[in-house]
Ligand binder design. Structure first.
Ligand code: CAO
Length: 435
């Protein structure tokens, strides 16, 4: 026979409005005797609600964040009755101060007078049921310890304590494992001491599907992670009037016999090189020791290309020595190769500065991440017609938004702003590229 049992908060020493900080059960879970059902926390202590009965959870009446007091209904479980238990009056079963086998509370210090925390039900002491994938079995002290270290205790499936209980050593071993795995997969900066983001079991919330990341995505992710941790970056935004440049581009594209389509990106590449020539610190890399600048006397521009497998950055070499048509051919070749996954390492090496253009997609601004060891990157988003005041009236002009992210160890704010101003001037009046 089965019986429905209401599990209520027992006498917790007169403390009211205790917050539920963790729910360790779900409807349908089979709970074993002494298994923690929830963790409650006051400003002084964390308290476990260990099950004093075994059974299947039928309903949960609280959620994380709820405040509960003595007598608050926590859950309803269906328990198998034995003859001994069947004789117990059902209403008495629901709230009984002293269970047959009281479960001692486990309190996280500091607390003045530990109050016994028991689940207010009496059911027969059941056999230990082996339940796959049950929530972590750990004391509040250990939960507290894990939380402080940023570890989701539920990611430690089994502890080395009695009945798989998670001990302090298990938490430490778990962290060691994460650190070792992370370091071998992505050797970011030694000893950065950054705690891992706790793993979440998303299946608790609904159906999921796991897709392995492409090799490019994994490598790009590691590179970006290293850059993010090593470079203090600043992004500076501006926009430039490209109305004349666009008219010139459209005219060039409509000329007869012009086989190659010219996009605005080619003009931006040329203007960027002119700005790099004017501001040599942008065409540099920091020495590995970080105490000197390596200035480059060549002008190779990396172009971020979106591919089905992720982001790649082929490098167009000697942009200063090539015309727009030649650059258009090379960019088309490299981006086609990129999208087919045929770029060689040599195609992606030797860049001085990278352009990440999202203009074909849209956007008004973003903060690109420097492609280190380069010291700056230029982001481009969609040009748009806007009313611009010319001193007498508003006139429609085509404005191109630009984003410049730079390594602040190498470039200071004023220099960044001057570089951007020069770049804007070149794009605003492309005749200046001839000077
Ligand atoms: N404003 C308005 N329109 C723009 C524009 C801008 N800033 N930039 C491009 N366009 C237009 C082009 O003129 C073209 O228009 P038409 O189809 O009418 O001729 C259209 O958008 C598509 O351009 P495109 O993307 O094919 O060509 P592109 O030379 O501008 O860019 C490439 C080439 C390889 C950079 C681009 O295809 C690409 O892959 N971009 C994504 C880069 C990326 O993912 N960066 C993110 C990195 S950070 O995670």
């Amino acid at each position: 026979m089965t019986s429905s049992i209401e599990i209520k908060v027992p006498d917790i020493g007169g403390v009211a409005d205790v917050q539920i900080i963790e729910l360790l059960i779900q409807v349908g879970d089979t709970v074993t005797l002494e298994q923690s059902l929830a963790v409650m926390e006051t400003d002084k202590a964390s308290m476990d609600l260990p099950a004093s009965a075994a059974g299947v959870v039928q309903a949960i009446h609280v959620k994380v964040g709820d405040k509960v007091s003595e007598g608050s209904l926590i859950a309803t479980i269906t328990a198998e009755e034995t003859s001994a238990a069947s004789s117990v009056d059902k209403t008495a079963v629901a709230v009984v101060a002293a269970p047959a086998k009281p479960v001692e509370p486990e309190i996280v210090a500091p607390v003045a007078t530990p109050q016994p925390v028991v689940i207010s039900v009496v059911t027969p002491a059941s056999e230990t049921i082996s339940v796959p994938d049950t929530p972590a079995h750990a004391s509040p002290a250990i939960r507290h310890y894990a939380r402080e270290l940023g570890v989701d205790i539920n990611t430690i499936k089994l502890g080395t304590g009695r009945k798989g209980r998670i001990l302090k050593e298990d938490v430490v071993a778990h962290i060691k494992k994460i650190v070792t795995t992370t370091q071998s997969a992505a050797p970011i900066s030694q000893g950065s001491g950054i705690p891992a983001i706790p793993a979440v079991d998303f299946t608790k919330f609904g159906a999921v599907e796991t897709l392995p990341l492409s090799k490019i995505k994994r490598l790009t992710g590691q590179h970006l992670g290293r850059v993010w941790l090593n470079l203090p970056m600043v992004t500076y935004h501006d926009e430039t009037d490209i109305t004349e440049m666009e008219a010139f581009r459209v005219a060039l594209n409509s000329e007869k016999g012009n086989e190659v389509k010219l996009t605005g990106l080619l003009f931006i590449m040329k203007a960027l090189v002119a700005a790099l020539q004017k501001f040599p610190t942008f065409n540099s890399s920091l020495s590995p020791e970080g105490d000197s600048l390596i200035l480059k006397k060549f002008f190779n521009i990396g172009i971020a290309v979106d591919t089905p497998n992720g982001l790649v950055v082929p490098v167009i070499r000697d942009v200063d020595k090539k015309g727009l048509a030649q650059l258009a051919i090379e960019l088309a070749e490299k981006s086609a190769k990129a999208r087919k996954g045929e770029l060689t390492p040599a195609d992606m090496q030797g860049g001085c500065m990278t352009i990440s253009s999202l203009g074909g997609i849209g956007g008004t601004a973003f903060t690109p991440i420097v492609n280190a060891p380069e010291v700056a990157i230029l982001g481009v988003t969609r040009a748009a017609m806007k009313p611009v005041w010319n001193g007498k009236e508003f006139v429609p002009r085509l404005l191109l938004p630009l984003d410049l992210t730079y390594d602040h160890r190498v470039i200071d704010g004023a220099e960044g702003a001057r570089f951007m101003a020069a770049l804007c001037t070149y794009l605003n009046d492309v005749r200046r590229l001839l000077l």
